[in-house]
Design a protein around this ligand. Structure first.
Ligand code: NDP
Ligand code: A1CAB
Length: 263
């Protein structure tokens, strides 16, 4: 597999870390505006540095466009000339539709719209994929292999992308905030911070794994922790009083509003 990243910032770096760890034999190339990130990725994951977009397009079959959505219009205009039939263009920009990509580069290039997340760097990513009309099966399986190399990947309808981006692309940031805040409370009550992060991250990981693997309703799992008149239900009441459930609606809906504004 020959994969080329255009833009090697936070998201591309996470994907490259995950790719390198599971497939050290794959050829991973990168092109970035500034040099520092490229040389760092070269040192850590053997990234091969391309000198230009044209150079990158000559080296790779799967091209991942990992610049900010605001940079997509200009980047696609530059990328269109070197694109060839053998390329599959993978987009990662929140809110940027396949139709909008095609308005810049035409309909002859096979496109996969993707939405990964940064836990890809430790092989625990959650990605969505959606292909342009007529995407050949071989291209679909190549891109699936790339995204499954750093976590789970699902093909979904493009209409679901924005909400997926909120609950999987953005949600890691919210979970980190929750972990940080819970650790603050543990520190306030005397636990060393490093120990609090180790404990909370394992508790969050285990809770998520139980939801995923048991298939049980999260409310049932919550009830199993809450003893009548016990300690946990006191915490549940405090979270309800603080408007925790409504805060999640607000976060998802604010994210969707911003996605629409960017689009
Ligand atoms: N971060 C995340 O958790 C997620 C991000 N995404 C999507 O991934 C995309 C990238 O986001 P993210 O990685 O966070 O952003 P970053 O700003 O971290 O990375 C963008 C990279 O693109 C480079 N770049 C910008 N313009 C050019 C150009 N003209 N030529 C070459 N390189 C260029 C930047 O280089 P330089 O450093 O020199 O400016 C930078 O390294 C976005 O579209 C975002 O929607 C999707 C899911 C999750
Ligand atoms: O914040 C952002 O715009 C990107 C998209 C999903 C996660 N990060």
């Amino acid at each position: 597999m020959n994969i080329g990243f255009i833009g090697t910032g936070n998201m591309a770096s996470a994907m490259i870390a995950g790719l390198h760890s599971s497939h050290p034999d794959w050829q991973i190339h990168g092109f970035n505006r500034s040099m520092g990130k490229l040389t760092d990725l070269q040192t850590r994951y053997g990234l091969q540095i391309a000198q230009s977009l044209e150079d990158l397009a000559a080296r790779a079959d799967v091209l991942v466009l990992a610049v900010k959505p605001q940079g997509y219009d200009a980047m696609l205009a530059t990328l269109a000339p070197p694109l060839q039939a053998r390329h599959t263009l993978v987009t990662v920009a929140v809110g940027y539709t396949i139709a909008r990509v095609q308005s810049h580069i035409g309909t002859q290039t096979h496109i996969v719209r993707s939405m990964p997340n940064t836990p890809a760097s430790v092989g625990a990513g959650m990605s969505a994929l959606c292909g342009s009309a007529g995407l050949p099966e071989a291209r679909r399986s190549d891109v699936t292999a790339v995204f499954e190399s750093f976590g789970r990947a699902v093909w979904i309808a493009e209409g679901q992308f924005d909400v997926f981006s909120a609950i999987a692309g953005s949600s890691p940031a919210w979970v980190y905030m929750m972990i940080e805040a819970m650790a603050d409370a543990a520190v306030q009550n005397g636990m060393p911070r490093a120990q609090a992060y180790a404990v909370i991250s394992q508790a969050v990981l285990g809770s998520a794994q139980l939801v995923r693997d048991s298939g049980q309703h999260p409310g049932v799992l919550k009830d199993q922790v809450c003893s009548p008149g016990g300690t946990t239900i006191a915490g549940v009441a405090a979270l309800e009083k603080a408007g925790m459930r409504n805060a999640w609606f607000e976060a998802v809906n604010a994210t969707l509003a911003r996605t629409k504004a960017l689009g």
